[in-house]
Design a protein around this ligand. Structure first.
Ligand SMILES: O=C([O-])CC(=O)C(=O)O
Length: 177
């Protein structure tokens, strides 16, 4: 599935919304997440998973239709297991996910960088998880040192950083394929 390219810049979004005190506009801390995917710029409505060193719910999500969404995975910040690797990233791209943000680790870096997907993660490590069917989907999560991310929020990521918004912010900027 090809996704519509969205024209946006996180710096421009921050210029426009830096005075927002409603909490609807949130910026993730700079330098926390590194880009591992084939796409540095990506955006979309958010779906969430919360799990700890068990990526069963991540697998279930990326094997379902993505419809241009971004999967935000609260992995508790664990650096002990990789929640995403080449196979799950390929499944996410094939099923139309725009990207993933992993508050945890990834692996298979050579494969990830060839995947047509945005992938942000705290870091990498080669050890996979043991899938035991644990984890929750579609819950509010807190990542990046206390930033709330809820299903249906919008995530915008580019080389300058990552912002979260309760509403889509690219109005009028959606470019035709
Ligand atoms: O399967 C996993 O748990 C992670 C992985 O290595 C992959 O996605 O290829």
């Amino acid at each position: 599935m090809s996704l519509l390219p969205l024209a946006f810049s996180t710096c421009d979004l921050c210029d426009a919304h830096k005075g927002d005190e409603s909490g609807a506009f949130r910026v993730l801390p700079g330098g926390l997440y590194r880009s591992y995917g084939g796409h540095v710029d990506f955006a979309g409505p958010v779906a969430t998973v919360r799990c700890l060193e068990d990526n069963s719910a991540v697998k279930q999500a990326v094997e379902s239709p993505g419809r241009g969404r971004v999967l935000v995975v609260d992995g508790g910040g664990s650096m002990k297991r990789a929640l995403l690797g080449g196979n799950l990233a390929a499944a996410a791209a094939k099923n139309g996910w725009a990207g993933l943000l992993i508050h945890g680790c990834v692996r298979d870096l050579a494969e990830l960088r060839e995947t047509e997907l945005g992938i942000l993660s705290l870091g990498h490590m080669p050890l996979p998880t043991e899938r035991r069917g644990q984890g929750l989907a579609d819950v509010a999560v807190q990542i990046g040192g206390g930033v709330w991310v809820r299903p249906g929020d919008w995530l915008y990521a580019d080389e300058d950083g990552t912002v979260i918004s309760a509403r889509p912010l690219h109005g009028g900027l959606l470019s035709a394929p």
